[in-house]
Design a protein around this ligand. Structure first.
Ligand code: EPU
Length: 344
C-alpha cells in the first residue's frame, strides 16, 4: 500500500468485502455477468436490496435515466441504487449475481447513449458523499469515483497542482473518467493515475498500481468487469494563476469548437492519430444531418446533439447512417466512442 494508503476501506457492518486483501495483479464501469441471462425484470432484486442494505442506501424501481445523461435520451433502470457505502455496494453486487441480473455503473452519464427500452437489471450510481470525497495530500489527489472531474480540476488548481486542467471541461465523474480513460486538450486520465481502488463483482476490494492496469485510447478494459471506487492522481506543482489561465484557454477553445446543446461528447473514436473523426465527417458534408430530433452538430461534426425530445432510436439511426456514409465514401469503419447500453 502506498504511503497515502486507501485507508477509507473499512466500510462498516456486513463485511462481504475483505478490504485488507490486496493482490498484485474499472462510468462507469460495466459488470454484466457473462453467460448469465437476466431471469426477470428485477422486482425480486429490488425487494432483496431493500431487505438487506442499510436504510440510507437509495433503492428505486423503473428510474428514468434520460435526465441522468447529458444526451437526455433513453428509458429507465429496472432497479436503481445509490449505495450508502462500500459494504452495501458489495452486498448489492452479490445480490445481483444471485438474482442473475446484470449490473451497470452510471457516472454522470456524459458518454452514454441509453437505449429507449432502458437498462435491465441493476444500475448503480456512486453519487453519495462516501464515494465522492476529494482530498489533497502533497502533490497527490485522492478522488472518490463519484466526484466530478470538474471538481478535481478546481481543487487541484487551488492546491497549486498542475496537469489536471483538461478535466475541467469533461462533464463526467472520476469513475467514468477512469473507465473511459477520458481525455481532452492533449491530456488523458491514466497519465496521472498512481493507484486505483476497485471492487470485483464478488465484492472483493483490490488496490492496484497504475502499472498493473492497462489503459488504452478511451478505454480501460479492467474496469469493464470491476467497479472503480477511488483513485490517487499525482500532479506537478504549479502556479494557481497559470493553471487558471490554462483552464480559461481550454474553455474558450471548447466553447468555440464544441456545441452547447445536449450531447454525449464525441460519438466516434478518431480513426487514427492523424485523422479526426470530426474533420472526416465535416469533409463528407454530414454536419446538420438529422434523424428525428437528433442532428450531427453544425459546430463539431463528431457530436450528435439532441434538438429537444430526441429518442435513442433517432440517435442510433443517425450513428448508423453516418457510419454507412463513411464506409461507402472512404472505406473506413468508424468505432463508437460513446457507450451504447440497454435494450430497444
Ligand atoms: N474539425 C473540423 N470539423 C469538425 C470538427 C473538427 O474540421 O467538425 C477539425 C478541427 O478544426 C481540428 C481537427 O479537426 O483541426 C481536430 O478537432 P478537435 O481539436 O476538436 O479534436 P478532435 O480530435 O475532434 C478530440 C477528442 C475530444 C476533445 C478534443 C479536444 C476524440 C474522439 N475526441 O477531438 O474529446 O474534446 O480532442 O482535445 O478523441 C470526447 O471524448 O467526448 C471528446 C469530445
Amino acid at each position: 500500500m502506498s504511503a497515502l494508503g486507501f485507508q477509507f476501506g473499512t466500510t462498516a457492518e456486513g463485511a462481504v468485502i475483505n478490504p485488507s486483501k490486496e493482490q498484485d495483479s474499472v462510468v462507469v464501469s460495466t459488470c454484466f455477468l457473462e453467460g448469465d441471462r437476466p431471469l426477470c425484470r428485477g422486482t425480486g432484486l429490488a425487494a432483496a436490496l431493500r431487505d438487506t442494505l442499510s436504510p440510507v442506501s437509495v433503492v428505486r424501481e423503473m428510474e428514468p435515466l434520460a435526465r441522468r445523461t447529458t444526451l437526455r435520451v433513453g428509458g429507465a433502470a429496472t432497479v436503481w441504487l445509490e449505495p450508502a457505502h462500500e459494504a452495501d455496494l458489495a452486498a448489492a453486487l452479490v445480490a445481483a449475481r444471485l438474482h442473475r441480473q446484470p449490473v451497470f455503473l452510471l457516472g454522470r452519464g456524459s458518454n452514454l447513449v441509453v437505449r429507449d427500452g432502458g437498462i435491465p437489471g441493476l444500475v448503480v450510481c456512486l453519487s453519495p458523499p462516501t464515494f465522492s470525497a476529494l482530498t489533497v495530500e502533497g502533490d497527490r489527489l485522492r478522488c472518490g469515483a463519484g466526484a466530478r472531474l470538474k471538481d478535481v480540476a478546481n481543487i487541484a488548481r487551488r492546491a497549486g497542482l498542475a496537469g489536471f486542467e483538461f478535466l475541467d471541461g469533461i462533464p463526467g465523474s472520476v469513475g467514468g473518467g477512469l473507465r473511459m480513460n477520458a481525455g481532452a486538450m492533449g491530456g488523458w486520465m491514466f497519465e496521472f493515475v498512481e493507484w486505483v481502488r476497485l471492487m470485483e463483482p464478488d465484492g472483493q476490494i483490490l488496490t492496484l498500481p497504475a502499472s498493473e492496469i492497462a489503459a488504452e485510447y478511451r478505454s480501460c478494459p479492467r474496469l469493464r468487469t470491476a467497479v472503480a471506487l477511488a483513485a490517487v492522481l499525482r500532479g506537478k506543482p504549479g502556479d494557481p494563476d497559470a493553471i487558471k489561465a490554462s483552464m480559461d484557454r481550454n474553455n474558450a477553445r471548447r466553447w468555440e469548437s464544441q456545441p452547447s446543446q445536449p450531447s454525449a461528447g464525441c460519438i466516434f473514436k478518431n480513426p487514427g492519430p492523424e485523422l479526426s473523426a470530426g474533420r472526416l465527417l465535416d469533409e463528407l458534408g454530414l454536419k446538420g444531418l438529422k434523424r428525428g430530433q437528433a442532428m450531427v452538430s453544425d459546430v463539431h461534426a463528431n457530436f450528435i446533439v439532441n434538438l429537444g425530445g430526441a429518442s435513442a432510436g433517432d440517435v442510433l439511426g443517425l450513428i448508423e447512417e453516418v457510419s454507412d456514409r463513411v464506409r461507402c465514401a472512404r472505406g473506413i469503419e468508424l468505432q463508437t466512442e460513446v457507450e451504447i447500453v440497454g435494450r430497444d
